[in-house]
Design a protein around this ligand. Structure first.
Ligand SMILES: Nc1nc2c(ncn2[C@@H]2O[C@H](COP(=O)(O)OP(=O)(O)OP(=O)(O)O)[C@@H](O)[C@H]2O)c(=O)[nH]1
Length: 299
């Protein structure tokens, strides 16, 4: 299966509801606009964005005399794509680079680090993985498995070690070895715990101070957490001043619109999306391709 097909397959559930509106094949009438707005809101795009998008499309349909629902499909994809802020740089391509992965438990941080490390190494980049999740012994093991699989060294310390000092060591090793890409995995934590968020802020500030390469802080969000994902993103952003997002498990939800909601509300770029468990399912993010897959193709 090609990448575009994987994306389309991954967003199948999210597309279903929108498809229904378009397949009715009817005229663009008042009912169509109401259904479209409701469906966008139900898909977790967020009421403000949904309203704005529908208003803009109404105007466009009047101006360009677009009369069938199907004609509105591409217009909707294009309009939704505009809601995503573009990234200034790709922290995985633009090396030397250090990326710190943060997020709640089970969001997909470790698997994402593993997949990105494998892909970068295959592309000829020298990569180092840093295991700053010293909270769970299993997390250190999981990271080592990924490291072995992709042939990437993992620098970590024993369970209970201070995560900020692990990051310090990792950066030191990376500089000694001349690593181009450093991927730092951190322990999952609840955004509602001030103490854990402070610990993470220390990880970020120590790494930023120590590293000579640019440091990017990326929140990994599980799309299946829906609106809670937006709350997580707000809290993490307040505590850490995030640079961007990776949205995982889009294949497991009918509410893929949450990606639009988080990225536009927080004005953060999306660097990658996860649309399945395999390596190829962690994809580069292209706003228009994503929105076309979310909205569906014209008949
Ligand atoms: N279906 C699907 N599963 C995914 C995706 N990304 C990650 N997963 C799965 O999500 C589960 C949790 O991923 P982890 O990488 O362990 O999550 P984590 O954020 O490191 O978790 P903690 O170590 O507890 O903080 C794993 O079973 C992954 O295979 C995705 O895009 N789609």
């Amino acid at each position: 299966m090609g990448l575009a097909d994987r994306l389309r397959k991954g967003l199948e559930k999210s597309r279903e509801a929108l498809n229904q509106i378009f397949y009715m094949g009817g005229e663009v009438d008042e009912q169509f606009w109401e259904d479209l707005e409701d469906t966008l809101v139900m898909g977790d795009i967020g009421p403000e964005v949904a309203m704005k998008v529908v208003d803009d499309l109404r105007e466009l349909s009047a101006r360009q005399a677009l009369r069938t629902a199907d004609q509105m499909r591409e217009a909707l994809a294009k309009r939704l794509a505009e809601a995503f802020p573009a990234a200034d740089r790709d922290p995985f391509d633009d090396t030397p680079s250090c990326v710190i992965f943060v997020g709640i438990n089970g969001a997909g941080k470790t698997t994402t680090v593993g997949k990105l490390a494998g892909a970068a190494r295959e592309g000829g980049t020298s990569v180092l993985i840093g295991g700053a999740d010293t909270f769970r012994a299993a997390a250190i093991e999981q990271l080592k498995v990924w490291g072995d699989r992709s042939g990437v060294e993992v620098v970590t310390r024993e369970r209970g070690a201070d995560p900020a000092s692990v990051c310090y060591d990792v950066i030191e090793s990376a500089e000694k070895q001349g690593s181009e890409l450093v991927l730092l995995d951190t322990a999952g934590r609840l955004h509602t715990s001030p103490e854990l968020m402070r610990e993470l802020a220390k990880v970020v500030s120590v790494t930023r101070k120590r590293a000579q390469m640019p440091v990017t802080v990326v929140l990994v969000v599980d799309a299946t957490t829906g609106q809670n994902g937006l709350n997580q993103a707000k809290e993490f952003n307040e505590a850490l001043d995030l640079d961007g997002l990776i949205v995982t498990k889009l294949d497991g939800t009918s509410k893929g619109g949450i990606a639009v909601s988080i990225a536009s509300r927080l004005e953060l770029p999306i660097y990658r999306i996860g649309v399945g468990e395999s390596m190829e399912d962690l994809q580069r993010f292209d706003a228009l391709d994503f929105c076309r897959a979310l909205v569906g193709e014209s008949l």
